[in-house]
Structure formats: C-alpha cells, structure tokens
Design a protein around this ligand. Structure first.
Ligand code: NAP
Length: 291
C-alpha cells in the first residue's frame, strides 16, 4: 500500500528479529496486501534478544494483527504467547504469531512452507528416504514435518555438533514410528546414505552468500538423487542446485520455501489466499538488489 493510504483502520503486521535489515518479508507482504487491495501494512522491527517479552506485550497493547518471528526469537517467544499450535509445540519453535481478538497464537509456517514447496513441485514425502543435512533451527522444523508425513530420515551434521543431530533423531524416532539415523556430516557418510535415497535436503547454511562457492555435497554424489531441495535462498541458484540439475535431479529452491512460509503466515493474518507469484517476484527483486 502507498504510505498516503494508511488510515486509522489500517492493520499492522511485522517481523521481529535481530539483525533484521536483510529481511525480504516486508517486500513480499506489502506487495501482497497491495495486490489484494487490503488495508494492511507490514514493518520490520529490530528487537534485541532480551527485549522479546516487551515486544510481545507491545503486540497486545498496540493491537498488531500479527508477526513473523526470526532469529534469535523463534524459541524464546513461546512462553509469551497464549496458545501454541501442536506442530509448533513439537518442533519447539514459532515463526508466526496471530493476534485473534487479543489471543496470541503461535505457529510454525517454516515447516508447512517447506512441505508446500515440495508438494508444489510434485515431490511427496510418504515412504521416501530423505537425507537432511544440518540439525539447526530450520532442519528441526523440516525433520518434524517430513517425519509427520511418513518419510524416513538420515540426519547429518558436522562433527562439532553431532549431539544436536543425535538428539533430534532420538526425539523424532520417539514421536513417530519411522526410521531415523544421525551421522556425522563427512564424505564417507554422504557416500553411504545418498545412493538409494529419494530426496536430499540441504538445511545447513553452506552455499549461502557471501560463500557462494560452497557446497555440502560433492557433485559426483548427486547423480543418483532424484530430487534436491536447497533451503538456502541467497543466492537463489546455489552451487548445489546447479550441480544437482546438471546431474539430472529435480531441484527445489529456498526461495520457494520462503515464499510458501510467507504465504501461509499471510493467510493466517488476513484470511485471504496469498498471491504467491507476486510475493516471489518481490522477494527475487529484493535479493537481486542486494547483489
Ligand atoms: P542454524 O540454526 O544456525 O543452523 C545452521 C546449520 O548449518 C547447522 O546445522 C550448522 O551446523 C550447519 N552449518 C553451518 N556452517 C556449516 C559448515 N561450514 N559445514 C557444515 N554445516 C554447517 O540456521 P537455520 O535457521 O537452521 O538456517 C540454515 C539455513 O537455512 C540458512 O542458510 C538460512 O538462511 C536458511 N533458511 C531458509 C529458509 C527458507 O524459507 N528458505 C528458512 C529458514 C532458514 P552446526 O550445528 O555444526 O553449527
């Protein structure tokens, strides 16, 4: 919406995080509000780690319509909310808050956005063998939604933090009746688990700008994987995706996940279907202008 169209009735949404300067969310959501001609605006709020309680009190007292929540608040925001969706509770992280007439509800649309981006490309998780690289915040959400949808998982994380992967695998095996293993992320283990797998997911930050020459998997191992999902969205075309495409795999981009998670948040705040193509175009423009 144009600034001159803001009125006393305009509903305010936003994103809280620290840092926040590089977020693509205001571009995506403001373009979507404008496309649908609805009276909403979306703003970035830099909120320091120790200010999370005050920020959520502010959502109540200023009657904001909703929020996205990003690093470092996805876990620490939870005790300040009134209700947490069961999937977000299992994952242990919230990235979307909806203010429903004063009741603040937390959701995790990173997980459902990841699943939607996969399904949109015709890749279904049921009974698939999935290799997930990484065991950080995004990997947790992804492992839960994959397990909930019937995939079996091999979770690989670098040696330094192998315990994170083991704990995640143990939690998931306990919560769902599926096979889950945790391994150290190294070339021997990659060579063991990638052949015979159906889907490879990069949920590490390897390949992310400015280290765009990085890739978590040697190109020769990509020849046997039918589908590769790289959740890194900056750059949109990562080295991993380029090499996977050269090897004949179908690939899914982190940008698709970003747009799907944003679209699902948008639908929770507005009750309207999100214009995903417009949101994707704006996010792409924003990423291009950062180069
Ligand atoms: P995080 O919690 O900090 O986790 C980062 C993960 O990457 C950890 O598993 C970490 O391993 C691993 N890692 C980092 N550097 C590595 C290296 N050199 N070699 C091997 N592994 C390495 O971050 P996150 O929130 O999960 O985000 C991870 C990536 O996903 C980022 O690029 C982020 O931008 C992207 N992301 C995309 C979306 C989307 O919508 N497309 C959403 C969320 C996140 P250790 O545990 O050993 O440190």
């Amino acid at each position: 919406m144009s600034i001159t169209a803001i009125s006393g009735r305009t509903r305010v949404c936003g994103v809280i995080g620290d840092p926040i300067a590089h977020t693509m969310s205001p571009l995506m959501h403001n373009a979507a509000f404008s496309e649908l001609g609805i009276d909403y605006i979306y703003l970035p709020f830099r909120v320091a780690r120790e200010e999370i309680g005050g920020a959520i009190a502010g959502v109540r007292s200023l009657n904001l319509a909703g929020l996205n929540v990003t690093i470092p608040h996805k876990i620490s925001v939870m005790p300040f909310l009134d209700e947490i969706d069961p999937l977000a509770r299992e994952i242990g992280a919230v990235n979307t808050v909806v203010n429903d007439k004063g009741v603040l509800r937390g959701y995790n649309t990173d997980a459902s956005g990841f699943l939607q981006a996969m399904l949109d490309k015709g890749v279904r998780p049921e009974n698939k063998k999935v290799v997930v690289l990484g065991a950080g915040g995004a990997a947790r959400a992804i492992c839960y939604i994959l397990a909930e949808n019937g995939a079996s998982l091999s979770i690989l994380n670098r040696a330094l933090e192998i315990e994170w992967a083991r704990n995640l695998a143990a939690e998931i095996s306990g919560a769902f009746d599926i096979d889950t293993v945790a391994l150290e992320l190294n070339s021997d283990n990659l060579a063991k688990v990638i052949p015979g797998s159906d889907i490879l997911v990069n949920a590490t930050s390897v390949g992310m700008s400015p280290n765009t020459r990085g890739t978590p998997v040697p190109a020769e191992l990509l020849e046997s994987v039918p589908a590769v999902f790289d959740i890194v969205y900056n750059p949109v075309q990562t080295r991993l995706r380029s090499e996977a495409e050269q090897a004949g795999a179908l690939t899914i981009s982190g940008l698709d996940m970003l747009v799907c998670q944003g679209g699902l948040s948008f639908e929770k705040w507005t009750g309207q279907r999100a214009p995903l193509e417009i949101m994707k175009k704006e996010a792409l423009k924003g990423l291009e202008s950062e180069k």
